[in-house]
Design a protein around this ligand. Sequence first.
Ligand SMILES: [Zn+2]
Length: 239
Amino acid sequence: MLPEAEINRVLVVTAHPDDADFASAGSVALFVDRGVEVTYLLATDGDAGGNERTLDNSGMAALRRTEQLAAAKAVGVTDVRFLGYSDGQVVPSLDLRRDIARVIRQVRPDLVITHHPDRNYVFVAPSHPDHRAVGGAALDAVYPDARNPYAFPELVEEEGLEAWTVREVWLNGGSTPNHWVDITDAMDRKLAALQSHVSQVSHNEGFAEFVKSRFAAWAEQAGFPKGHYAEGFQVVPTA
Ligand SMILES: [Zn+2]
């Protein structure tokens, strides 16, 4: 694994508003505490989400962007970018790979955090098709696209974006996590981030307790002491 001191920039690539907050906001808060620069990149605006809809899809997209900006701010992230793909219809296309590779070359992250591209047969919730598509496209963008100057040559020729090698990827939502982050000190901020997605969670009674029990169970699985919380990832070396 990359030594902590060598992680100075992190790019979190997700499908929808709130994905980063469920999967990695605690870890992100701890990175920000150490002075790491974190960027969020979202493939969609989450325009097909929500309950008791009174908004059309474009109204929902605008609302969910605003909620994601607030959620990011709750863990100290101010660089939030949206690609504008349609919620529920994301495929790991060449366009998506190029769009992610572009941001990798702009941000030049040491670490990328994204969705696991494989279906989780133990726990199905993280395996939304958009998640698997974004995770697959992000891994393809890490290797080979972003590091290969001859992949998407227009990025160099028209935008001056030189090749960049991401050294490590952390995947969330898979069935075989091998790295646990103790997020106990950041649990309040993670919860605040999640609760910023008012259109998604405000109808949900007992939401805070549900979230805490989920991440407490993972801390137990990680072998952390009672009363702790953890986020889990599969680490993929990509240097
Ligand atoms: Zn999602």
